[in-house]
Ligand binder design. Structure first.
Ligand code: HEM
Length: 154
């Protein structure tokens, strides 16, 4: 159980921490210093590397979460409210990531391959909004996970 929770929390740290760095640090620097022909390939390459880790996270988070739910709480019905809330926000986060990956990210890659900077810029703007939303949801989910038991009754 300790190992499952370790994988769970490491997945959350890597996913949410990566989004925080991309959104809060790299995004303003890249936007300020690079033109689209440099900026869009940079983002496509960064996403390619980061999304390998995000795939691991979106598989491990529900897997280890349900493992704990079924072994510690004997199922969803026995789980406290904050775990239900985490399950809900976590599922929305995973849904947003799947949309991002199969929608705008794929479109960004093909736009970059064709050096179509206008389309690429539009797809990157969509990705920015999705990552911004997922970052907020991720921080909320961590808040629920860590403080939930103190904030809401079981
Ligand atoms: C996708 C469905 C998810 C399920 C079913 C789930 C389930 C769980 C469960 C059962 C626990 C143990 C709670 C306890 O007994 O105290 C837990 C802990 C935790 N979860 Fe999730 N989780 C999910 C997604 C997420 C996501 C997306 C994040 C962060 C982005 C996250 C962050 C955490 C953290 C940080 C803890 C540790 C809390 C602590 O020990 O203080 N979880 N999760």
């Amino acid at each position: 159980m300790g190992f499952a929770m370790l994988l769970h929390v490491l997945s959350a740290v890597i996913w949410v921490g990566g989004m925080f760095f991309a959104y809060m640090v790299l995004r303003p620097v890249a936007a300020g210093q690079l033109e689209p022909p440099q900026r869009l390939p940079l983002w496509a390459a960064c996403f390619q590397g980061f999304f390998l880790w995000v795939w691991a996270a979106v598989i491990l988070l529900p897997l280890t979460g349900y493992w704990v739910i079924f072994n510690v709480y004997q199922g969803m019905a026995g789980a406290p409210l904050y775990v239900h809330a985490m399950n809900g926000t976590g599922m929305v986060m995973i849904g947003l990531y799947l949309w991002l990956y199969f929608g705008p990210y794929r479109a960004l890659r093909s736009a970059v391959a064709q050096q179509d900077w206008k389309t690429g810029g539009a797809r990157l703007a969509t990705i920015r909004r999705i990552v911004g939303s997922n970052l907020l949801l991720g921080l909320l989910t961590i808040t629920l996970a860590v403080s939930g038991r103190f904030l809401v009754p079981a």
